[in-house]
Design a protein around this ligand. Structure first.
Ligand code: FES
Length: 87
């Protein structure tokens, strides 16, 4: 996983899951924590603070205490570059 701090954009994270790249918000929706400080297991990112999990594919909150999904962003990987669609 990769923390993306891009000026002018919200904190983003990119995840490589079985050679597919996904991009999400890097902020847990339960409290303030960077998901890239957590643990990636398959397509599930576990928050480092209280253990809530999200799907990096869909953004869905998967377990307590997380109930609100994280945002996901369309991303294309070309070579070593990532092209992320952010409104
Ligand atoms: S801050 Fe992420 S689960 Fe609580």
């Amino acid at each position: 996983m990769l923390r993306l701090d891009i000026p002018g954009l919200p904190p983003l994270a990119a995840f490589n899951v079985e050679d597919e790249v996904y991009c999400t918000s890097n902020l847990c929706t339960h409290n303030f924590a960077l998901l890239t400080d957590g643990f990636l297991d398959g397509d599930e990112i576990e928050c480092p603070l209280h253990g809530g999990c999200f799907s990096v594919r869909t953004g869905a909150a998967l377990n307590f205490p997380c109930e609100t999904p994280i945002r996901t962003y369309p991303v294309t990987a070309i070579g070593e570059d990532l092209y992320i669609e952010v409104e």
